[in-house]
Design a protein around this ligand. Structure first.
Ligand SMILES: Cc1cc2nc3c(=O)[nH]c(=O)nc-3n(C[C@H](O)[C@H](O)[C@H](O)COP(=O)(O)OP(=O)(O)OC[C@H]3O[C@@H](n4cnc5c(N)ncnc54)[C@H](O)[C@@H]3O)c2cc1C
Length: 414
């Protein structure tokens, strides 16, 4: 009987466990997590922090779900090391668990700002349900807030400030929000949305140090220009540090993440990885890539499990991810790899509608849609088909995209 061990019970680990049980009904399956609760919806915890959603709908599985599938779940258990030669996983409680096949699905931990007082009371990072509970409580009592990190997670902190009536300053490094994926035109729509929520974007800023009171609670952030912003709440979202410390000496190839092929296999026999932690071979992009999104992590877990159970390269991971933001009156969606590409096309349609498409070698590799998400399925289809369309960007920027207006794919190759 095959023994599978999965480290991590986020969406990638949990989806792998579910698939393994379907693919291999007789196997022993163990899922280990250092969190105190089984899988919950990490995407929804921001709504809890905003004060909008009670706890119950955020939970996805209870412990019975694992029992019913005869999956052994170890909560509050931290894996301290893996011996890939002896095929044994060691936990902080001194337990040794043997495996035939191992899945590493341990994601990341928010990176702390390397500045004075960055661990003060009232300064928050956002990854777990426990974090969300703390953020909610702290924001409910706060009057002024500071947010650092001009990306997809930082904006969740800004939305928490807005929803909890905390007067926020959003300190950004460059001249706009998510400058790697948005131009000034697109970002301005987001800036306006933030202002309407009572959060003021501050550009060419950041945090040089935090100030604290006698009780160690944050009172202000001072930016590199010497400007001081009073705050009794602060949210820091400057990136993720991948949870790979326990893999020291395990021989797994890493490159800011665990390197896997399109089958989710690492370079070490019988060790697979899935989810945020992977640097995977993206067959659509034709190169290694990374992707921090829920749908992609879920699919990677499923594909890894199919290949683990088949003991073969049975299924390739091929996926166009998307990530949406619902904090504003207008919708926002990024898809694929919007920060990559060698060519871009964009257009602004109104005060709340904008579109940008990223191309690599003439093919769509990602993009951002604000205000009107209707072209997303067409753009994703073109990505999957790997069609060369950059020279027909005008068709893709029409308000209503009609793929029939594109030159036939075959004639382009002649
Ligand atoms: C606030 C927030 C909002 C988000 N919003 C969106 C969104 O709108 N759309 C979207 O697509 N994505 C969103 N994401 C990102 C998405 O949630 C992640 O991409 C996804 O959850 C990654 O899943 P994962 O299974 O790879 O990793 P994780 O969910 O991070 O799970 C890894 C698990 O492994 C555990 N672990 C780590 N090390 C060990 C160890 N040594 N021993 C035992 N256990 C360990 C961790 O505690 C954790 O439970 C959001 C994330 C956050 C935090």
């Amino acid at each position: 009987m095959t023994q599978y061990v999965i480290i991590g019970d986020g969406i990638s680990g949990s989806s792998a466990a579910e698939t393994l049980r379907e693919e291999d009904p007789e196997a022993n399956i163990t899922v280990i997590t250092d969190e105190g609760e089984p899988l919950y919806n990490r995407i929804l915890i921001k709504e809890h922090a905003k004060g909008k959603l009670p706890e119950a709908p955020i939970s996805i599985h209870d412990e019975d779900w694992y029992d019913e599938r005869d999956i052994d779940l170890s909560l509050n258990t931290h894996v301290t090391s893996v011996d890939t030669g002896a095929k044994v996983v060691h936990t902080h409680e001194g337990e040794d668990l043997s495996y035939d096949k191992l899945l590493v699905a341990t994601g990341g931990t928010p990176t702390q700002l390397p500045v004075e007082n960055s661990d003060a009371d009232g300064i928050h990072h956002f990854w777990t349900f426990e974090d969300a509970r703390g953020i909610r409580e702290s924001a409910e009592q706060a009057e002024t807030g500071v947010v650092v990190g001009a990306g997809l997670l930082g904006i969740d902190f800004a939305a928490v400030c807005g929803a909890q009536d905390v007067a926020g300053k959003y300190l950004m490094r460059g001249d706009r929000w998510w400058r790697y994926a948005l131009s000034g035109d697109g970002a301005e729509i987001i800036h306006e949305g933030l202002r309407e929520k009572g959060v003021e974007p501050v550009f060419d800023s950041g945090v040089d140090r935090f100030e604290v009171d006698d009780d160690g609670h944050v009172t202000a952030a001072v930016d590199p220009n010497g400007d001081r912003y009073e705050c009794d709440f602060a949210g820091v979202a400057i990136g993720l540090t991948f949870n790979t410390e326990f893999l020291r000496g395990a021989g797994l190839e890493q490159n800011n993440g665990i390197v896997v092929d399109e089958y989710m296999q690492t370079n070490v026999d019988d060790v697979y990885a899935a989810g945020d932690i992977t640097r995977f071979y993206d067959v659509l992009l034709g190169e290694q890539a990374q992707n921090g999104s829920w749908g992609s992590a879920k699919e990677q877990g499923r594909v890894a499990a199919v290949n683990m159970a088949a003991d073969d390269e049975a299924e390739v991971f091929e996926w166009v991810s998307s990530y949406s933001i619902t904090h504003f009156d207008f919708p926002f969606l990024s898809f694929g790899h919007p920060t990559l590409g060698d060519e871009h096309a964009e257009r602004r349609y109104s005060d709340t509608e904008w579109r940008r498409i990223a191309f690599k070698d003439g093919k769509i590799v990602g993009g951002v849609l604000i205000g009107d998400l209707s072209p997303q399925s067409k753009f994703k289809q073109l990505m999957r088909e790997q069609r060369v369309v950059a020279d027909q960007a005008d068709v893709l920027l029409e308000q209503s995209v009609d793929l029939d207006d594109l030159a036939p794919a075959q004639s382009q190759e002649q």
